[in-house]
Structure formats: structure tokens, C-alpha cells
Design a protein. Structure first.
Length: 132
């Protein structure tokens, strides 16, 4: 199966693995499953780091793509098809542009989103598969 990792889960995998549920840890440790980190996640982290809204425990945002690959995550870049069709995702309660693009990438690629964020649940009616 293919999984897209939400931003908070990626940061937990790097810095606070005890926060990750056992069921998600099993997925992350299964070498048969593909785990992706979106380029959107790196953009979100970089922006929040610049605004001093997150601390990366001594790391810098531009070091994170390498760290992601070292722990077995693949990078999912934004492609023109996904970006240009983004208008098809209805604007509902969750208006966070980073969350919305992660949801849309997961829907378009038919990936399952790994997240603890309950705001993603509203996108299940639009094809999003979510696990926590």
C-alpha cells in the first residue's frame, strides 16, 4: 500500500516517536509499504520555522528531505496535474492550504493519509482514505 505522511507525523517520526500509535508504527516499519512525504510538508515546515512556530531540535528545514529519505520515506513532489485540478476539492471546514493539498495529493494518487488530525475526516466523503 502507498501512504502519505502528514506533517506532524513526519516530525514525530524524526523527533518524538513515542507520540506515534502502535498501528501506525507497524505501517512505518513495514518495508513492503511505500511511505511518502509531500514537498508540501517541507514547505509548511520551512514557513513555520521561519515564523518561529516550530522548533526542529537543532535541525534546519533544508536538512529534512535528506532525513526523510534516511528513515525510508520517499519524496512526493507536486505535479502540474495535481496542482491544476486542486479546484475540484471542495472547500469545507478545513481551510488550511497545506492540509487541503495533502488531502488532494492523497486522493489523486490513491494513497492513504496517515494523520492524527481529525480535520481530515471531512474529506473522506470526497475519496480520502485516512488511518491513525
Amino acid at each position: 500500500m502507498n501512504y502519505l505522511i502528514d506533517t506532524h507525523l513526519f516530525l514525530w517520526a524524526l523527533f518524538s516517536s513515542k507520540k506515534i500509535s502502535n498501528s501506525v508504527k507497524k505501517i512505518l516499519l513495514n518495508p513492503q509499504d511505500a511511505k511518502y512525504i509531500s514537498a508540501v510538508t517541507f514547505w509548511e515546515i520551512s514557513l513555520k520555522f521561519q515564523l518561529k512556530k516550530i522548533e526542529l531540535k537543532g535541525a534546519l528545514p533544508d536538512e529534512l528531505p535528506n532525513q526523510a529519505q534516511k528513515i525510508g520515506f520517499e519524496i512526493l513532489n507536486l505535479d502540474s496535474e495535481t496542482v491544476s485540478s486542486f479546484y475540484k476539492l471542495p472547500i469545507i471546514k478545513n481551510r488550511d492550504p497545506f492540509d487541503r493539498m495533502l488531502a488532494w495529493q492523497a486522493i489523486n494518487k490513491d494513497y492513504c493519509l496517515l494523520t492524527q488530525d481529525p480535520d481530515f475526516a471531512e474529506y473522506r466523503d470526497h475519496g480520502l482514505k485516512v488511518i491513525w
